[in-house]
Structure formats: C-alpha cells, structure tokens
Ligand binder design. Structure first.
Ligand SMILES: OC[C@H](O)c1ccc2ccccc2c1
Length: 451
C-alpha cells in the first residue's frame, strides 16, 4: 500500500482567521453566500461575449483565490485550492434604455447583483453579469466572495479580465506576467509573525491599547432576539462644499482626507456615547508588501484606532490627535488577531447582547478606472453609488461606515448595518447627525465641535 505524503495544508491568512471569529456556523456568517464584494464598470466599444466568457475562465485560472475553499471541518481550518473552472456569465438585454438613463440603470443592475448570493462553497467564487444597452455600450458587474477578494482585488480582477478579453477577442492566448498567489501570502504572514517588526508592533499595541475597550453602540434589538440576519446599505452623497472643505482642511493640517472625516466621526461618536476615550476600528488595504499588489485575495486588516479627545478645544485639535493615532496605527499595521493577543479584553463589549461595533473606513484602490482602455474597450468604474438597498453584501457583525473620495474631491458614502439589530431610521438619524457635525467642523475648524 503506497503511503501518500500528506499534502501540506495551506493555512488561513490571519484575516481569514479573524473572520472565523464571526462564523455563526450558519449561512449568515462570513462563510455564507452573502459575504461578497461587488463592482460595476461601464464598457464602451466592441464587447465580444464569447471572448469575455473565455476571459472569465482565464482570470479564475490565474488567481487561485477565486477557486479556493476554506475547509472548516477539522480542528484547524485550512484552504484548499481547486482546479480551474469557468464562472458563468449572465447576459441581460438592457436595449431601449435612453442614453440619459443608462447610468442609473447600471447602478440598479449593480444593486440587483449585490442583493444576490455567491456561495462560498461553490467555486469559482466569482460571478459576472453583463447588461447590454447596445452593441457598443454595456455595464459589467462582478461579484466575488469576500473571503477570496476585497475592494482592491475586484479592481485587479476587472483589469486582468479585460486584458484577457482583448487577447481572446483577437483569437490569441492571454499573456499576463506571473502573479504571486494568495497562499504564498498566507504562508509568508505566518513565517514573519515573529519578525523584529512584528515584535515591535505587538509592543506598540500592548502599550496603546492598555485597558482599552472597543467603542460600541447600543442596538435597537439585542442579538438574543434572534431576528434573521440581513445587511442593509444606506448610501449618500456628501455636499460638494463640505467635501472640498474637508479636503482643503486636510491639506492645511498635513493630514489625509480620511483623517479629517474620521476626526468628525469621532466627535459624532463621542457625543453619542458620552466618552472621550474612543477605540474605533478601521480597515486598511493590508497591501504594505508591494509583492502582492496584483494578487487577488482578502488582504484587508481590521485596525483599532484609539484617540482620547479630552482637552481638545477645537476641531483642529481633534484632527491633530486623530492624525497621531492614525500614523501610529498605520506604522504598526499587523494582523488584528496579533493585536488582539496583546489586548485580550479589547472586544469584550461586543460579546454583550445589545452592543455592536461601528467601523469607519475610506476605500482606496490604485486601480480606480476612469476612461481606461483595454483592447477595443474603454471602461470606467461606477463608484458614485447613491442608491440604497434593503439587502446587500453582508457585514459580519456591526456597522460599517465607508467614504469614497473621488478624483475631483467629490465624495459619496455608505452605511452598512445589520437590519436585524438596527432600524433604518436609527441609521438615517445617525447619518444626519454625523453630516451635521462634519459640516460644522470643516467649515469652522477653530470652534469646539462638541458644543
Ligand atoms: O470589508 C469589511 C468586512 O466586510 C468586515 C469584516 C468584519 C467586520 C466586523 C465588524 C464590523 C464590520 C466588519 C466588516
């Protein structure tokens, strides 16, 4: 009897391990069919559907993460990479749609795809829907499971997909450079878990998060009410003059627009919770190692930012403190599971029945496409989403505030929340309060924003 050497199991990345903490063992958690990330692009030019179908297969062959399942049946979950397979392409006829309604019709299709499912156990973990307005005008929507891709990855998938479409449309094999695979990243992370930088980062977090508790909000309904889990998305635009005031104040204070927006969010939270010592999670892209910039996978990192607002006399002071907290966190951006090891009681509040964390992030991806070209196609990402939806991509357990800062400082945002825990009008009130604080803060930064 020949003994087959046990195939060495591919470990989970630290972020995938973090997601296991939210695994409810049902289809409602991060391994369920609604935990996905979507994107939509307007395509102008000759779109060859046969070539696009073949290109979808090329992209799944190229990126193992899109055909990897997370096996959770033993004591330690691991990743299993499966053979290349082709995603299905759904084609929708949007003919007869007048030109000036196409942008909103495209956003409708995006929301429709986002309200659907993408089963994490059914590879490939990528779905594609193309809506055709006419022969040279279409909208492409991609949906990838969020354990296998993130916002950065969905832009990489699109760029590779259209490069492969261009080759296939000319009857040639795609010829893209090799790309490091997500399993290499997962191994690399673990091999470097005790590097000098990682040891220094753990010391930083031990010190920074001493006696800290994550800031949490009282939900309208307790977890024990057992209402079926769903995540709603409230989307909104930020007034242009507020957005540009935020961006110019950021420039004045040598801070990023995110830091100014986050500072206003903390003022809002401080007033809501009555505490000055805030610990608010954000998500960083987790792409510090340039080797993995073209790799598809879920790299984001849940990073707790601690800021004490006591003694801040003006909003400028709040931004300066926020900037310090952000810079300190960014320069110690190690996986959250390692940070938690240094602050074991940090997440205690969210173990209670009626509290939830409320994370705040700004999405950034270097591949935000505006009028990019790929073969005979010109493509632009639909990122100014302002249409809300009752059921969309899942947020595992909490509220997720996201701001998208556009190329010309225009800004839109979204509020993802578990509708089994919070009412939609509670969210609308919170958003109105936050936007009021933001407007007052960035238009009069020398006043005390907490009055
Ligand atoms: O893209 C962010 C991701 O959907 C995510 C993962 C875990 C979370 C835990 C608590 C609150 C928000 C989360 C969002």
């Amino acid at each position: 009897m020949t003994t087959v050497a046990p195939v060495e199991q591919i470990p989970l990345s630290f972020h995938q391990e973090f997601l296991c903490a939210f695994d409810t063992g049902t289809t409602e958690g991060p391994f369920g069919p609604r935990y996905h990330v979507v994107g939509a692009w307007r395509l102008r030019g000759e779109l060859d559907l046969t070539a696009l179908e073949a290109a979808l297969g090329d992209v799944v062959a190229r990126h193992e993460a899109l055909r990897t399942v997370i096996v959770r049946d033993g004591e330690r979950p691991y990743q299993r990479v499966l053979a290349p397979c082709s995603p299905r392409l759904t084609v929708r006829d949007l003919g007869g749609c007048p030109a000036d309604e196409r942008e909103s019709r495209a956003e409708e299709l995006l929301n429709e795809v986002e309200s659907g499912t993408n089963d994490a156990c059914e590879v490939p973990l990528l779905r594609a829907v193309v809506g055709r307005f006419d022969d040279t005008d279409a909208v492409l929507v991609l949906n990838a499971h969020h354990t296998a891709a993130d916002a950065w990855s969905i832009d990489v998938i699109l760029r590779d997909l259209l490069a492969c479409h261009a080759a296939r449309a000319e009857g040639t094999e795609p010829d893209l450079p090799d790309v490091p695979q997500y399993q290499e990243y997962a191994r690399h992370e673990r091999e470097n878990a005790d590097s000098p930088a990682a040891v220094a980062a753990r010391a930083y977090w031990r010190d920074t998060l001493r006696d800290a508790r994550i800031t949490a909000l009282r939900s309208d309904r307790p977890r024990s009410a057992g209402a079926p889990k769903a995540t709603s998305w409230h989307r909104f635009a930020v007034d242009t003059e507020v957005a540009s005031a935020a961006v110019s104040l950021a420039g004045e204070l040598k801070s990023s627009p995110f830091m100014v927006l986050f500072a206003a969010y903390q003022v809002f939270l401080s007033r809501l919770t009555g505490t000055d010592d805030l610990v608010v999670p954000t998500f960083t892209p987790g792409r510090g190692n340039a080797r993995f910039h073209e790799t598809v996978g879920s790299f984001i990192n849940f990073l707790p930012l601690r800021t004490d607002l006591s003694g801040c006399g003006t909003f400028r002071d709040v931004v300066r403190r926020t900037r310090q907290a952000c810079l300190g966190a960014y320069s110690h951006d190690v996986p959250f599971v390692q940070i938690l090891g240094e602050a074991p009681t940090l997440m205690a509040p969210v173990a209670s029945d009626d509290l939830q964390v409320s994370a705040f992030q700004a999405i950034s991806s270097p591949y935000l496409a505006t009028d990019e070209r790929a073969g005979g196609l010109t493509y632009s990402k639909l990122w100014r989403r302002t249409v809300s939806q009752e059921v969309g991509s899942d947020v595992p357990d909490g509220i997720l505030w996201t701001l998208h800062i556009g190329p010309s400082n225009d800004m839109v945002g979204s509020l993802g929340f578990n509708s089994n825990r919070f009412d939609a009008d509670t969210m609308s009130r919170m958003l109105a309060d936050f936007l009021r604080v933001l407007r007052a803060a960035v238009t009069a930064p020398d006043t005390d924003p907490r009055r």
